[in-house]
Design a protein around this ligand. Structure first.
Ligand code: AMP
Length: 517
C-alpha cells in the first residue's frame, strides 16, 4: 500500500490503472473505525483499486465545532487500510487541496432545499464545505465508484445530486450504518463519550428501532411515527434533541406519509457530543442477485426461484440481444462504439418480463416488437461483441436498475451483486467445481449426440473460461462480500432452488436495524 500527500504522486500512481481498471474512492476524515472498514471492505471487493482519502476538512466545521480536537490517528488508520487491501491512502494537507485561504476559493454550493433542513439548520456552511472538498477529491482521483455511509444520509443525498448536476462519471454507492451491539451507530465522535453517556446514547437507535417495528406493522403517518420516537427519546432527558424529522430520502423534504420510502432522522447532544442517526423506512420487495461462473446452473435456478417466490425474472440477456438487433438493423459497424452508444441513447427499449416460465420476455425497440427476432442465430452470434462494449453495458445497467427500483426481481449474471444491484437484499454466489460442471456439460453434449470430447478437455476449457471471466476488465465475475456461496456439486436443481428460497425466507424475517460489520 502506498501513501500519497501530493496530487502529482497520486495521479501518477493511478495513471497506470485508469484505462482498464475500476478505481474506488472512500472519502473519510480518518480516525477509522468499523463503519469506515465496512465501506473499505466493499470497495476492495467491488473495484480493482481502492483509494482511501483521509482529510479532516476544515470547511465542514462551523467556528464553534470540534475541528482542532477532532481525533486524528494516521498510524492506526494506515494499518487498518493495509490489512483491508487498500491500494493507496491519499492524505493531503489543506494547502495541497488549495484551501489555505477559504475566503478565496471556488466553492460548490448544493441546492438550498437539500442543505437548509436537518443537520444543515444547525451547521451553517457544513454541506457546502463537504461538497467543495468532495468535488476536489473527485476531480483529483476521478474514481469509477465512490462509497458513502447511510449514517450521513443528508450528505449522501447531496453528493448524489452533485454527481448528477455536474455530470460526473462516478457511481455513488451507499453502505448500511454499522452499529455497536447496543445499536449505537459507530462514529469517530463516540470517542468523546464517557461510559455513562455511551449508555444514554443508545436511546437514539432504540427509538429508531421502535419506529421501524411500527412501520413494519403498517404505520405510514408522519405524526404517529414521530410521536413514537419522541415519546421514547423523552425517557432520557440527557439527550438534547436538535431535530427529529421524517423526510423524502432524495429530496429531503418533510413528508406527511410514507409512500415508497421515508428517511427518519435524529440529531442531538449528549453532554458536549453531537450525535446523528437515521433509518430508511422503505417498502419494497426483495431483489435477489444470483452470480457465479458459467455452467453452474444460474439461469435455470434463477427462473425457478422467481417462479416459486412469485417474483419477476429479469432477463438481462434479452436486453443485450435487443441492442444487438438494433445495431445490426441500423447497418452500423459492430465495432463503431461511439455511434452505437449514441444510437442506444436515442432508442427506447421496452422490456416486459414473462409472467410465467412458459412465456418469454417481450422486447420492443422504439415500439416495434422484436421478441422473436432477437433469438435468431444471426443475433446470437453477435451478442458477445455488443455486450463487451462499456457504454452499452453502462446504459443497460441503468435500465436494469430502473426496472429493479421497486424490487420484486431475481437477476442472474457475473456482477449483479457487486455492480448492478449492490444493495440487493439477497446475494447468492452459485458455484460448482470445474470437474462437476464439465461432467454436466458432457452429459448435455452426449444427449445432443455431440460427444467426442474428453472430460479432462472440458474441465480445462471451463477453467480457462473462469479465469477469463474473473479477469475481464468489464463486469468481471466476483463474489460480493455479503454473498452467500451455494456449491451445487452434489445438489439437484430442485435442492438448489429450495436452498435459495429458504435463504430468502430467513433474510426477510430479520430486522434491518441490526449491528452489522
Ligand atoms: P467521516 O470520516 O465521518 O467523514 O466518514 C467517512 C465515511 O464513512 C462517510 O461516508 C460516512 O457516512 C461513513 N461512516 C461513518 N460512520 C459510519 C457507520 N457507522 N456506518 C457506516 N458508514 C459510516
Amino acid at each position: 500500500m502506498q501513501i500519497f500527500t501530493t496530487i502529482p504522486g497520486l495521479r501518477t500512481f493511478l495513471a497506470d490503472y485508469r484505462h482498464d481498471h475500476s478505481i474506488a474512492l472512500v472519502p473519510t476524515m480518518g480516525a477509522l473505525h468499523k463503519g469506515h472498514a465496512s465501506l473499505i471492505r466493499r470497495a476492495v471487493t467491488e473495484a480493482e483499486v481502492t483509494v482511501v482519502s483521509i482529510f479532516v476538512n476544515p470547511l465542514q466545521f462551523t467556528p464553534t465545532e470540534d475541528f482542532s480536537r477532532y481525533p486524528r490517528s494516521l498510524d492506526s488508520d494506515r494499518q487498518l487500510c493495509e490489512s483491508l487491501g487498500v491500494a493507496a491512502i491519499f492524505a493531503p494537507s489543506a494547502e495541497t487541496l488549495g484551501i489555505g485561504d477559504s475566503e478565496e476559493i471556488t466553492a460548490v454550493v448544493p441546492p438550498i432545499s437539500l442543505t437548509s433542513g436537518l443537520c444543515g439548520a444547525f451547521r451553517p456552511g457544513h454541506f457546502q464545505g463537504v461538497a467543495t472538498i468532495v468535488t476536489r477529491l473527485f476531480n483529483i482521483i476521478a474514481p469509477t465508484i465512490a462509497y458513502f455511509g447511510e449514517k450521513d444520509a443528508q450528505q449522501l443525498a447531496i453528493i448524489r445530486q452533485l454527481v448528477r448536476d455536474l455530470n460526473l462519471a462516478i457511481e455513488i454507492r451507499a453502505c448500511a450504518t454499522v452499529r455497536e451491539t447496543s445499536g449505537l451507530a459507530v462514529s469517530s465522535r463516540n470517542q468523546y463519550l464517557s461510559a455513562a453517556e455511551r449508555e444514554k446514547a443508545t436511546i437514539i437507535a432504540q427509538s429508531l428501532q421502535l419506529a421501524l417495528e411500527s412501520f413494519r406493522l403498517g404505520e405510514r403517518q408522519r405524526e404517529k411515527l414521530l410521536a413514537i420516537v419522541q415519546k421514547n427519546l423523552d425517557r432520557v432527558p440527557e439527550f438534547r434533541c436538535q431535530y427529529l424529522d421524517l423526510v423524502h430520502p432524495q429530496s429531503l423534504q418533510p413528508i406527511e406519509q410514507i409512500e415508497t420510502g421515508g428517511l427518519l432522522a435524529i440529531a442531538g447532544l449528549i453532554g458536549q457530543t453531537r450525535l446523528i442517526d437515521n433509518i430508511i423506512l422503505r417498502q419494497r420487495r426483495a431483489v435477489i442477485a444470483i452470480d457465479g461462473p458459467a455452467g453452474a446452473g444460474k439461469s435455470t435456478v434463477t427462473r425457478l426461484v422467481a417462479e416459486k417466490l412469485g417474483l419477476t425474472y429479469l432477463d438481462t440477456g434479452a436486453m443485450y440481444r435487443a441492442v444487438t438487433w438494433l445495431v445490426v438493423n441500423s447497418g452500423l459497424d459492430l465495432s463503431a462504439e461511439a455511434a452505437i452508444a449514441e444510437l442506444l441513447s436515442l432508442a427506447k427499449i421496452t422490456i416486459i418480463p414473462a409472467d410465467s416460465p412458459e412465456n418469454v420476455t417481450i422486447v420492443k425497440i422504439n415500439g416495434q416488437d422484436v421478441t422473436l427476432e432477437i433469438r435468431s442465430p444471426a443475433i446470437t452470434s453477435q451478442v458477445s461483441r455488443i455486450a463487451a462494449q462499456k457504454a452499452v453495458r453502462q446504459q443497460l445497467v441503468t435500465l436494469q436498475r430502473q426496472m429493479g427500483m421497486s424490487g420484486g426481481i431475481v437477476v442472474e449474471g457475473r456482477d449483479i451483486g457487486t455492480n448492478v444491484f449492490p444493495e440487493a437484499e439477497l446475494k447468492i454466489f452459485l458455484t460448482a467445481t470445474p470437474e462437476e460442471r464439465a461432467r454436466r456439460r458432457l452429459k448435455d453434449l452426449e444427449a445432443q449426440g455431440n460427444g467426442g470430447i474428453s472430460l479432462a478437455e472440458l474441465t480445462q476449457e471451463i477453467e480457462k473460461r473462469d479465469y477469463l471471466d474473473s479477469n475481464r476488465s468489464l463486469a468481471p465475475l466476483r463474489k460480493a462480500a455479503d454473498a452467500i456461496e451455494v456449491n451445487t456439486d452434489h445438489l439437484t436443481i430442485t435442492e438448489v432452488t429450495e436452498k435459495i428460497i429458504a435463504l430468502y425466507h430467513q433474510g426477510s424475517s430479520t430486522l434491518i436495524l441490526r449491528s452489522k460489520e
